[in-house]
Design a protein around this ligand. Structure first.
Ligand code: SME
Length: 165
């Protein structure tokens, strides 16, 4: 089994942390074909690397009911099992097919609180053959926690490092 070494990570800048974990995630997922196993490990790596992450996980577009998202592997408090596509931060990322950053979740129309301590959020869609099949959702307990570096490296992880579906 591949092990991720978290020692010394706390001294690195945010960008250096992303640059360190991306090859580690790549090697972790290359050794395993099962999607759920890989996504479970990816959210664990992210949660234990970034201390400003409150909740990190995947929601899948339900193949049986495409107007709904259903929760997948995550780290954090118990989450809403299902969300509607088109509302909230996750549902908006599905409709717009683009990364959404909510600097202040209270100001985001239709935002859905799964954890009352959430203050800001980033949602990166997973697009396959032009359709959103899942989203990576990350909440922080601080306002404006996610910037262009988070967006760049999270999109890289989603689009180029892990093979989702
Ligand atoms: N806040 C999300 C719901 C999911 S939880 O944050 C885990 C939203 O508004 O879509």
């Amino acid at each position: 089994m591949n092990k991720i070494d978290f020692s010394g990570l706390e001294k690195l800048s945010k960008e250096e942390k992303y640059k360190t974990i991306i090859p580690q995630i790549s090697s972790l997922v290359q050794g395993e074909k099962n999607l759920i196993a890989n996504l479970a490990n990816v959210v664990s790596v992210l949660k234990y690397t970034f201390d400003y992450y409150l909740w990190v996980g995947f929601y899948f577009v339900d193949p049986e009911s495409k107007s709904e998202l259903v929760v997948g592997p995550f780290q954090g408090k118990v989450a809403c099992a299902r969300l509607k596509t088109g509302s909230g931060v996750c549902g908006t990322a599905v409709i717009k097919k683009e990364t959404i950053v909510a600097e202040d979740v209270n100001a985001f129309p239709g935002h859905i609180f799964c954890d009352a301590d959430s203050r800001s959020e980033i949602v990166v869609p997973v697009i396959k053959n032009g359709e959103v099949v899942a989203v990576l959702d990350i909440d922080s307990g601080s306002y404006s926690a996610f910037d262009k570096e988070d967006r760049k490296y999270l999109e890289e992880i989603i689009n180029n490092v892990i093979n989702i579906f």
